[in-house]
Design a protein around this ligand. Structure first.
Ligand SMILES: [Zn+2]
Length: 393
């Protein structure tokens, strides 16, 4: 199908300023032509024209940290152990909600029983309305330290086996969890964690040897220190990252995926559902820790990619705009928050054909009614979403 998004303000995700009065022609799922609206030479009778006036076109958004196997909300952990058919069907709905909010690519970084792998495959066939999904399969964690539905190991050999098993199951990346679930983040003076530096080095080597990226859940000072120095591709959450950790991440080209939506949502539910005071206090501490880490990461020049952790905490799906707003609250320019959600995310995920609006690339596009470079909240008002050139919202 041919499509012309006509006379639009174009922000292409490359870091160049937005350009007014541009047109973008899409053919067979790819960006065929980009130029000044007045220069387009085609025949309007043969294309579907989308009115771009007073609107801004940006690349499709990428959420680098979701779990479609849980809906989030106040009981998110319990939802991971619902019956498998229920998890599977719900994952399809949640992926669609995500797509409708402008997420055309998502990294699903952990699901029970490999649900995310099957979801990613089904999305690829086009049978469901879902983002392009890159799935991590099941979390890998040291025995007894993480959720019971993670893939557990004790020794280095078992860890290597766990990674190979995940790869054989069809994952796109490896996800390891150094320490506990987010809400149960360990206190500062907790003893060392069993998934130590040596074991993480084994995991990084095993994943990279097989050509896979590795994402690492780290949410307390000890696990952040280990992960920052290990050469993982991304450090997820990263509350309590300190200057030396950030310097190591910058040197190792490790991305930070901050997932600030989780604390934001947790605080919301703490008040709305009337959680105990201790849980509220913990949510506040985690939020503060996360904000300080993101502000410091921005100053240290660490690569940042956007991730919400929708489903993996209280954050619900379909609210990617909130994460971008929180990034701006922590000191990012709206432009940089958008880069974190587009071209930077594409580099982390390894999506060379997505992430910017460039001739020849896949036509994953989001049309907004207002200008997110002025007010990042404009991401909430979606006019249209195109996935591989097809309008899906
Ligand atoms: Zn998560």
């Amino acid at each position: 199908m041919h499509l012309l998004i006509d006379d639009v303000q174009l922000w292409d995700g490359t870091g160049s300023p937005a350009r007014p009065k541009m047109s973008v022609e899409v053919r067979d799922g790819r960006i065929h032509w980009i130029g000044s609206a007045s220069q387009w030479q085609g025949n309007r009778a043969t294309v579907r024209v989308v009115d771009g006036r007073a609107r801004t076109l940006i690349p499709g958004l990428m959420d680098c940290h979701v779990h479609y196997s849980s809906p989030g909300g106040p009981e998110w952990i319990a939802r991971f152990t619902d019956p498998l058919p229920e998890i599977s069907m719900r994952a399809i709905e949640l992926a669609e909600a995500s797509l409708r909010s402008g997420v055309t690519t998502a990294r699903d970084v952990g699901a029970p029983q490999g649900v995310s792998i099957r979801l990613a495959r089904t999305a690829r066939t086009g049978e469901i309305r879902a983002p392009n999904i890159r799935a991590a399969g099941t979390w890998i964690a040291h025995r007894g330290t993480y959720v019971s539905f993670a893939r557990q190991f004790g020794e280095a050999d078992e860890l290597r086996d766990a990674i190979r098993t995940e790869i054989e199951a069809g994952v796109d990346l490896i996800k390891v969890a150094l320490a506990g679930w987010n809400e149960g983040a360990r206190p500062k003076d907790a003893p060392d964690i069993p998934f130590d530096k040596k074991l993480l080095a084994v995991a990084v080597e095993e994943a990279h040897k097989a050509g896979f990226k590795i994402a690492c859940h780290a949410n307390d000072p000890t696990s952040c220190r280990i992960a920052a120095h290990a050469g993982v591709d991304s450090l997820e959450h990263g509350m309590f990252l300190e200057a030396a950790d950030l310097a190591a991440m910058e040197k190792n080209k490790t991305y930070l995926v901050p997932t600030m939506s989780v604390w934001d949502a947790m605080l919301y539910y703490a008040r709305a559902v009337d959680w105990p005071e201790t849980r509220k206090k913990r949510a506040e501490d985690l939020r503060q820790g996360s904000r300080a880490a993101v502000a410091a990461a921005i100053k240290a020049g660490v690569r940042i990619a956007l991730g919400t952790d929708a489903g993996g905490g209280a954050a619900r799906h379909g609210r990617i705009a909130r994460e971008a707003e929180l990034m701006v609250e922590c000191g990012m320019e709206p432009r940089d928050a958008l880069i974190a959600a587009t071209s930077s995310a594409a580099s982390l995920i390894g999506e060379a054909e997505r992430g910017t609006i460039t001739e020849g690339k896949i036509a994953d596009l989001v049309l907004l009614d207002a200008n997110p470079l002025v007010n990042i909240g404009a991401l909430r008002v979606i006019a249209a979403v195109f996935r591989e050139g097809q309008r899906v919202a």
